[in-house]
Design a protein around this ligand. Structure first.
Ligand code: NAD
Length: 264
């Protein structure tokens, strides 16, 4: 019998691109706590890398194609999971995209099509995944999505992604209300900046990392493991009455009000 906070639970992980992905950090922590996992990958270009990673560290875990822009692919993904497992206990949503051209200057220049694309992949996808996952959670469950502080405050150059994250966080609250009566909880983790594939598209990334080290109460950046461990908590029965919440895993950065000045 597996042991740990997630022993006996099964869940799907969306968003592994490589070993630096936050989703991979979450997967490792969940597996260490006894969970069984299934993974998506985005198209053939990422399949080999994701499959290799999963086969090496979590052999036997299902790995299936799913572009979250496609309702058909989402439906087939959950159909395959239903066939394999019958039911699931959790979903990890660690997926986002914005055109890198829109993450380097001002928000005001964002073209309509790029706005729609960023919001579709980064926010609407949570709604679409929750809708397909809920019927597979007859005994309740937990959904966790990754967000960032740029949803709450202006982080220069985070731009359209900040607006998408605001929509993601609001969606999590509305989904929490829709799914609460079924015992399904929906929460977000607001992670501090971490160097990953997606993060490399953000022109202000270096500044974000430096600011956290200088300003955050803990004076350090966070890791995939920090985020993974909080994910385990939110997926486990230890968070049984927490839903619609945004939990900050950012060394406390978001509590600060005065940056760069020592109190006199
Ligand atoms: P990552 O590049 O490793 O992960 C992003 C994932 O999104 C990739 O696996 C990619 O394949 C997937 N994706 C993009 N478009 C998709 C689509 N149409 N269909 C299916 N999958 C798609 O980067 P990451 O930093 O691990 O990002 C994971 C999540 O964490 C994102 O939501 C990101 O916004 C959030 N986040 C990241 C940071 C950071 O600093 N890295 C901070 C806070 C929140």
């Amino acid at each position: 019998m597996p042991e740990g906070l997630l022993a006996g639970k099964r869940g799907v992980v969306f968003g592994v691109a490589n070993e630096k992905s936050i989703a991979w950090g979450c997967a490792q922590e969940c597996a260490a706590q006894g969970a069984q996992l299934a993974f998506n990958y985005l198209g053939e270009s990422l399949e080999k890398r994701v499959r290799k990673l999963v086969d090496e560290f979590l052999p036997g875990s299902p790995v299936l194609n799913c572009n979250v822009q496609s309702d058909e692919e989402i439906a087939s993904f959950f159909e395959a999971i239903k066939k394999e497992w019958g039911t699931i206990d959790f979903v990890i949503h660690s997926v986002a995209f914005a055109d890198r051209e829109d993450l380097k200057d001002q928000y005001i220049t964002t073209p309509r099509a790029n706005f729609t694309l960023a919001l579709d992949i980064s926010a609407y996808s949570l709604v679409a995944l929750a809708r397909e996952a809920a019927p597979l959670m007859p005994n309740g469950g937990s959904v966790v999505a990754m967000t960032y502080y740029g949803a709450e405050k202006v982080v220069p150059r985070y731009n359209v992604m900040g607006v998408a994250k605001a929509a993601l966080e609001a969606s999590a609250r509305y989904l929490a209300n829709d799914l609460g009566p079924k015992g399904i909880r929906v929460n977000c983790i607001s992670a501090g900046p971490i160097r990953t594939l997606s993060a490399s598209a953000i022109a202000g990334m270096r500044g974000m990392l430096t600011a956290a080290e200088k300003v955050a109460p803990m004076r350090r950046n966070v890791t995939q493991t920090d985020v993974g461990q909080t994910t385990v908590f939110l997926l486990s029965d230890y968070s049984s009455a927490i839903t619609g919440e945004v939990v900050h895993v950012d060394s406390g950065y978001h509590v600060m009000g005065l940056f760069g000045f020592e109190a006199e």
